[in-house]
Design a protein. Structure first.
Length: 317
């Protein structure tokens, strides 16, 4: 072989090997690390974006929770029990009611409805965490119908979280006064006390509740003496003199209270009869207030609280 040609082959082979080494070094020391670093940077950015989104969601959640916490009465059972008693007592006394008494019952812890989703040892603190605690109370007092309306309006306007679970009103004497019993339930989050005091709520009170007491018989209409003496005036049936003074449900049982000027008072449960009128139970009207259902002479009709049997309406209306 020509020595000059042999030298060229050696130089060419050495150049090829050197080029391969340069490419490999560039790939190993520059291109691959750069690509790996870019991937790690992108992953870090995605993680950072998710974390930022989580923090923004956490901030919104904390703002919403704070809005609820500010409408609670405290952050501990002792604090809430005292505040609930004081709030209800103040409402009753401000309304002018007498014999005001507030009784609180045992509080109930409410766990997270999604506690089954917290698995393993890491989720145990979330499984055991109490979301909130319910605090029930019963308000009792004696007063007039306007005072009763005043305390109900004041309770409805209170900003703290509450649920009225039961309401019972019983007339006393001639109907001027009544015994009031209200069952209320509030809630609070453990170890989170309110920081701000929200304003009282704006409410629209039903006009029907602002009327006269349903426990009081209205005065008889004034009639001219001649009209009373006229024998041709029709005399209403005796059973129509009965007036409904209360329609409600006591301990899950429908009942109606009735009163007549000279015949005293009667309490009827479903199926009981008064002068041929059979009490069939209660039905809510368009405003959500109960009316009593009666049957007489194969016809069924309704009477609202404060109305007499003469004010009856056919059930088909």
């Amino acid at each position: 072989m020509n020595p000059q040609r042999h030298f060229k082959l050696i130089v060419g082979a050495g150049g090829a090997v050197l080029l391969i080494l340069i490419i490999w070094a560039a790939q190993a020391w520059a291109i691959s690390p750069q690509a790996s670093m870019a991937g790690r940077i992108d992953a870090a950015r995605e993680t950072l974006d998710r974390r930022r989104a989580d923090l923004r969601g956490h901030d919104r959640l904390q703002e919403q929770l704070k809005a609820y916490v500010d409408r609670t009465l405290g952050g501990s059972q002792e604090e809430v029990d005292h505040a609930l008693r004081a709030a209800l007592s103040t409402l009753g006394e401000t309304a002018g009611l007498s014999d005001v008494a507030v009784d609180t019952s045992a509080m109930k812890e409410i766990a997270s409805p999604g506690r089954r989703d917290f698995k393993g040892a890491a989720g145990k603190p979330l499984r055991d965490e109490v979301d909130f605690i319910e605090a029930p109370a019963t308000f009792r007092a004696t007063g007039t119908w306007p005072q009763f309306n005043t305390v109900l309006q004041a309770l409805a306007a209170e900003p703290w979280i509450r649920q009225v679970e039961g309401l019972r009103v019983i007339g006393k004497g001639e109907g001027e006064t009544m015994e009031v019993s209200i069952k209320v339930r509030t809630l609070f989050m453990p170890n989170r006390s309110p920081e701000d005091s929200p304003d009282k709520l704006a409410i629209q009170w039903p006009p029907v509740l602002g009327g006269p007491s349903p426990f009081m018989l209205p005065p008889p209409p004034e009639q001219p003496a001649a009209a009373v003496a006229t024998p041709s005036q029709p005399v209403p049936p005796g059973w129509e003199r009965w007036r409904v003074t209360f329609v409600g449900r006591i301990e899950g049982v429908d009942e109606v209270h009735l009163r007549a000027a000279r015949s005293g008072r009667r309490l009827l449960h479903v199926g009981q009869e008064l002068e041929g009128c059979v009490y069939l139970g209660n039905r809510p009207d368009g405003d959500g207030f109960d009316e009593a259902i009666f049957r007489r002479d194969e016809k069924e009709w309704l009477v609202a609280p404060g109305g007499s049997f003469a004010d009856r309406r056919a059930l088909a209306e």
